[in-house]
Design a protein around this ligand. Structure first.
Ligand SMILES: [Cu+2]
Length: 253
């Protein structure tokens, strides 16, 4: 997670002068040179075109019609972390032409209205259109937190089910959390009060490096299993993190 933050920070540092300096930015940085075509796209809220060497993970996306007349994407949603570069390997397993477009929900609404008037075939880096049986990919870097959308904007397809949310958030999925625990730092604390019913515990704690918080007394969330191991007045070593927006004790020893 730290790496990811660092990477995002570096990406911002690198791209900022490219904007400011215009056409001859990046002199000795070759990677910057071909980024020009992407300048427009780089300003999109949903992120910017990614490069193959930056791909953090590849996800398969299927587009198809269903027997009951729906049109769908599989999977139906994505959870992505800010700074992640994703290779969407898109396959049209249906019988109709479909497209896969990444954008804000607002932009998709606007774009969809235009598509209803005339069939525009785009070749933007945030989208791909595929004939029946076709396969292709979109490599995209999600720079900003927020909820975005992937959709097929061909007339009628969105309404038939071809859209889904993309959540870009620092919050960790449980699997990532376990991975991150290997190199996690424990903080010291003393349990002041336990409210098992509410799933809350008050801890007088030392600095929480990970959360960038000084020593103080705070209320944390903790699950039943964690609370069962706690008693008031106990000295503990623990790890706290934001889980669904709430400070939560995730580890204790
Ligand atoms: Cu479609």
């Amino acid at each position: 997670m730290k790496n990811l933050l660092l990477k995002t920070a570096i990406a911002f540092t690198l791209s900022a002068p490219a904007f400011a300096a215009g056409s001859h930015s990046g002199g000795h940085d070759e990677a910057k040179v071909d980024n020009h075509a992407a300048d427009h796209a780089a300003m999109m809220l949903v992120g910017k075109p990614g490069t193959a060497e930056d791909v953090d993970r590849t996800v398969d996306v299927i587009m198809r019609e269903t027997e009951d007349g729906q049109m769908i994407f599989e999977p139906a949603s994505f959870d992505i972390k800010p700074g992640e570069t994703i290779r969407f390997k898109v396959k049209n397993a249906g019988e109709l032409e479909h497209e896969f477009v990444l954008d804000t929900i607002e932009q998709n609404v606007v774009h969809k209205a235009l598509m209803a008037k005339m069939d525009m075939e785009h070749d933007d880096p945030n989208s791909i259109r595929l004939d029946a049986g076709g396969e292709g990919e979109v490599i995209w870097t999600f720079a900003n937190e927020g909820t975005f959308e992937f959709a097929c904007l061909m007339p009628g397809h969105y309404e038939s089910g071809m859209h889904g949310p993309i959540t870009v958030s620092m919050e960790m999925a449980p699997a990532d959390m376990q991975m991150a625990q290997a190199d996690v730092e424990y903080s010291t604390g003393k349990i002041k009060k336990i409210d098992a019913k509410a799933g809350k515990v008050t801890i007088i704690h030392g600095p929480l490096a990970k959360l960038d918080m000084p020593a103080m007394t705070m209320v944390f969330r903790a699950d039943e299993e964690m609370i069962a191991k706690m008693s008031e007045g106990q000295d503990i070593e623990f790890v706290a993190d934001r889980v669904k927006g709430k400070l939560t004790v995730t580890e204790m020893k």
